[in-house]
Design a protein around this ligand. Structure first.
Ligand code: C2E
Ligand code: MG
Ligand code: MG
Ligand code: MG
Length: 287
């Protein structure tokens, strides 16, 4: 998978990753305590609708290690999953994101990534229900993002859990769409509210005809199925313009907004129309 080769490439350029092998046992031990030591934070990346309004924020986890500094999720999430630390960490993320979103003046949604390990915990839906009650966030303002991998492991169990979450009113989103293996059969078996086109395709829109065709097909299929679509990794106005012309509903990427602190997100959620980044999408013309 492209993601894996991408990660491999990073090794040559990022000196901090040289420590990876030596540090791993220690890092695991440190990650075990990261939550209680208050070293985890969530950043919030804005997601815009086709009119340039912020409609959602994706919560993205960061680990600030006392010595190594900020460690990216691509490095610590796999360790957390292997050791099952992801269960309390993920629960903390849902609770924190819901509490944060409940404090926003506007009705923006918040999206939280779910690890497959969390989905296979039998009490996930109950935990989410409790968190919604405790934070007072309306269920339809929470989106839970899953990747196809979870459906490959044990589709029956996963689909049952997703059904329970859906019954609470929570929106279920299929993340990184197009990079997995059997996307189409799952679209047929479960009604996702939204799918996110992987940034691999978005990044190649301008130069690669096949990426253009795939994106076009995803968008027209989603429209017919009544599923919303978010494009990930929108970095240029040309990409935004192409996606918008083909009916993409939502846009996320560095062109429009980077992941930022909860304080910045709150300001952005409150002052939609005056923000520069909003103007960027609004001025993209419909073809
Ligand atoms: P993801 O869910 O696909 O999240 C989107 C990733 O793309 C984020 O990386 C975001 O910073 C990055 N991104 C957004 N726009 C752009 C763009 O325009 N260009 C580029 N190059 N990148 C962009 P991040 O924060 O490093 O997270 C990586 C992955 O780690 C996430 O991918 C998700 O799978 C996982 N992750 C992050 N937070 C959590 C969490 O709380 N729980 C779990 N289970 N996984 C998480
Ligand atoms: Mg995601
Ligand atoms: Mg994604
Ligand atoms: Mg992705």
């Amino acid at each position: 998978r492209a993601k894996h080769s991408g990660r491999g490439c990073l090794r040559f350029f990022d000196p901090s990753i040289d420590h990876e092998v030596d540090d791993r046992p220690q890092l695991e031990q440190e990650l075990r305590n990261a939550l209680v030591k208050d070293e985890l934070t969530l950043l919030y990346q804005p997601i815009f609708d086709a009119d340039g309004l912020v409609v959602c924020f994706e919560a993205l986890m960061r680990w600030t290690h006392p010595i190594l500094g900020e460690i990216p999720p691509s490095r610590f999430i796999p360790i957390a999953e292997k050791r099952k630390f992801i269960v309390p960490m993920g629960e903390w993320a849902i609770e924190t994101a819901c509490a944060t979103a409940a404090s926003w003046a506007s009705g923006c949604r918040v999206a939280v990534n779910l690890s497959p390990v969390q989905i296979f915990q039998p009490d996930l839906a109950h935990k989410v229900e409790t968190i919604l009650r405790r934070t007072g966030l309306a269920a339809d303002r929470l989106e839970l993002e899953i990747t196809e991998g979870v459906l490959l492991q044990d589709a029956e169990t996963a689909l049952t859990v997703l059904g329970k979450l859906n019954a609470l009113g929570v929106r279920i989103v299929l993340d990184d769409f197009g990079t997995g293996y059997s996307s189409l059969s799952y679209l047929h078996r479960f009604r996702f509210q939204k799918l996110k086109i992987d940034r691999l395709f978005v990044g190649r829109l301008s130069e690669d005809q096949s990426a253009r065709s795939i994106v076009k097909a995803i968008l027209s299929m989603s429209q017919e199925l009544g599923i919303e679509v978010t494009a990930e990794g929108v970095e240029t106005t040309q990409q935004a313009s192409m996606l918008r012309a083909q009916g993409c509903n939502e846009f996320q990427g560095f062109l429009l907004g980077h992941p930022s602190t909860a304080e910045t997100a709150r300001e952005l959620a409150g002052q939609l129309s005056t923000h520069d980044m909003v103007e960027q999408l609004r001025t993209v013309s419909r073809e």
